[in-house]
Ligand binder design. Structure first.
Ligand SMILES: [Zn+2]
Length: 216
């Protein structure tokens, strides 16, 4: 499995115009063909403050796994463009003043080599022409992966007080938080709570994948 995934990453680097999922010619989304994009499990908009683009299942979960655990930045670019397409396709969406990716703890960042939320947010920042604030917030402690915790209460406890602002954010009233996966949403909502406590009036959460129904 490891060898196959590594080959996939190498192939994406050498043959960037082929679809990561089926090896057909890639189309308007980088590294994905039109048929594979059409077949993705899209979700309807969930609420005013939350846009989750896709249901967490194959092949979205596969692309996310490649991005996070195989350092496949071709998959990160594909997912980022898909999320940007989705957000930009929302009608009546008020543009935020800035985009803030969910920060990783420094130990996780060091071991992974990149923050997947930053990679997902780059196409959004370019498309919406809004600043990407990668150094605005800090994850103070190494929380457990939310995926290993079963109950909603445990997930909330795991991230309670996990974030802080690195500096004041004057002039920002409305920001978008970007994350890769939103399950219960505890992580993103804890960051939103931190931002609101610092005076940000409105926070919207944009995520690549999650459950059809979740917290508003
Ligand atoms: Zn394909």
């Amino acid at each position: 499995m490891q060898a196959l995934l590594s080959w996939g990453r190498l192939r994406a680097a050498v043959l960037p115009d082929l679809c990561l999922l089926c090896d057909s010619t890639a189309g308007c989304v980088p590294n994905l063909c039109a048929d594979c994009v059409r077949a993705l499990p899209r979700l309807d908009r969930q609420s005013r403050n939350r846009v989750v683009a896709f249901s967490y299942g194959a092949p979205i979960s596969t692309l996310i796994h490649w991005m996070k655990f195989e350092a496949n930045l071709a998959a990160a670019l594909s997912l980022g463009v898909l999320l940007a397409d989705r957000v930009c396709g929302e009608t009546g969406m008020r543009l935020p003043d800035a985009i803030i990716p969910v920060p990783l703890h420094r130990d996780r960042l060091r071991s992974r080599g990149f923050n997947q939320a930053v990679e997902l947010a780059r196409p959004l920042s370019r498309r919406l022409q809004r600043p990407l604030l990668t150094g605005a917030c800090l994850r103070n402690r190494a929380t457990q992966p939310q995926s290993v915790l079963v109950s909603r209460a445990d997930r909330r406890r795991n991230v309670a007080g996990a974030f802080s602002l690195c500096k004041p954010l004057p002039g920002l009233r409305y920001v978008a938080i970007v994350d890769d996966v939103l399950t219960t949403g505890a992580t993103a909502w804890e960051l939103a709570r931190t931002l609101r406590a610092a005076g940000i009036e409105q926070v919207v959460i944009w995520a690549c994948a999650g459950r059809p129904h979740g917290p508003p």
